[in-house]
Design a protein around this ligand. Sequence first.
Ligand code: HEC
Length: 126
Amino acid sequence: MIKTPRATLGLILLALTLTLSLLVSLPLAVQAADNPPALPTDFALHSESITLPSNFDPFPEGPGAEAMNRNCLTCHSASMVLYQPKLSEAQWEGIVDKMVDIFKAPLIPDDRDAILDYLTSFQKAE
Ligand code: HEC
């Protein structure tokens, strides 16, 4: 397959280069495995206690707050609802529909109006 002397020379050079690089790197690798770098010892571990903000608060009181607590705290916090940008009535209705249709929120049908009233009024009060 290899006919020209130039190709043969090239192959010999390649083999030599590979052998040389192996000869150089192998002892280095063995040395690294025998002498792992020293770990720092000038530190101490200690525990800290922190208080996270509570995320279990019910909805702020107001007309419909009980309906919100009954229907909207099963899967996420009130803050998920309270910290939304200002939304229109139609957008809030779309979100409630999404909770029911997509996320399967078991909404109590009689609570729906109170929920929508709450959602469309709590941002006006801000
Ligand atoms: C069955 C579970 C479930 C219930 C009950 C539920 N949600 Fe959600 N809600 C979700 C999930 C899942 C998300 C998406 C969370 C995420 O994106 O990380 C979400 C997100 C939201 C968001 C963020 C904006 C958005 O569109 O994703 C709002 C606002 C919201 N819910 C409002 C409500 C309201 C109001 C109620 C009560 C009527 C309610 N949720 C009840 C599951 C639920």
